[in-house]
Structure formats: structure tokens, C-alpha cells
Design a binder for this molecule. Structure first.
Ligand code: SF4
Length: 78
């Protein structure tokens, strides 16, 4: 999962940092969103999706990893 934040869209509501303080923070200088992590654990995925959903300015984008394509079966039993 990849997460990006758009500080130009952030309106400093603080909702993300309140709900997931281990992932999001607000910059001391301008109160705009700041990511604390760049790599996320599966146990954090639900919080990340919720943060993106709840962000009032749509500043959080969550991109799901594309699953691996199942390998095609090959007929080797001949
Ligand atoms: S919830 Fe959205 S608008 Fe509020 S601080 Fe986080 S990124 Fe910014």
C-alpha cells in the first residue's frame, strides 16, 4: 500500500493525526499534515483507508498494491 498526502489541499483539520497519530502528524510550523512513516504494516491499512475517507479536503491518497497476477498453469503432464 502506498500513501501520499497533498499539503496544498490539507486544511489542517487534524483529523488524521487525531485518529492515527502513529501514522500522521501535523507540522509544527503550519499545522499541515505530515506523514510519520513511509512504509506501512498490514495492520495499519484499515486506519489508512479510513483516514483517506474521512479527510475533509481529500488530501490523503491511498493506493492499493496491485496483486500479483496468478501464474498460468502449464500443461506439463504429457
Ligand atoms: S485530515 Fe486531511 S485536511 Fe485534516 S490534517 Fe489530515 S490531511 Fe489535512
Amino acid at each position: 500500500m502506498q500513501v501520499s498526502v497533498d499539503r496544498d489541499r490539507c486544511c489542517s483539520s487534524g483529523l488524521c493525526a487525531t485518529n492515527a497519530p502513529e501514522i500522521f502528524d501535523q507540522d509544527d510550523r503550519d499545522s499541515l499534515v505530515r506523514l510519520r512513516q513511509t512504509v506501512f504494516l498490514p495492520s495499519q491499512f484499515a486506519d489508512l483507508r479510513l483516514a483517506a475517507e474521512l479527510c475533509p479536503s481529500g488530501a490523503i491518497t491511498v493506493t492499493e498494491d496491485i496483486g500479483t497476477t496468478p501464474t498460468q498453469e502449464t500443461d506439463t503432464a504429457r
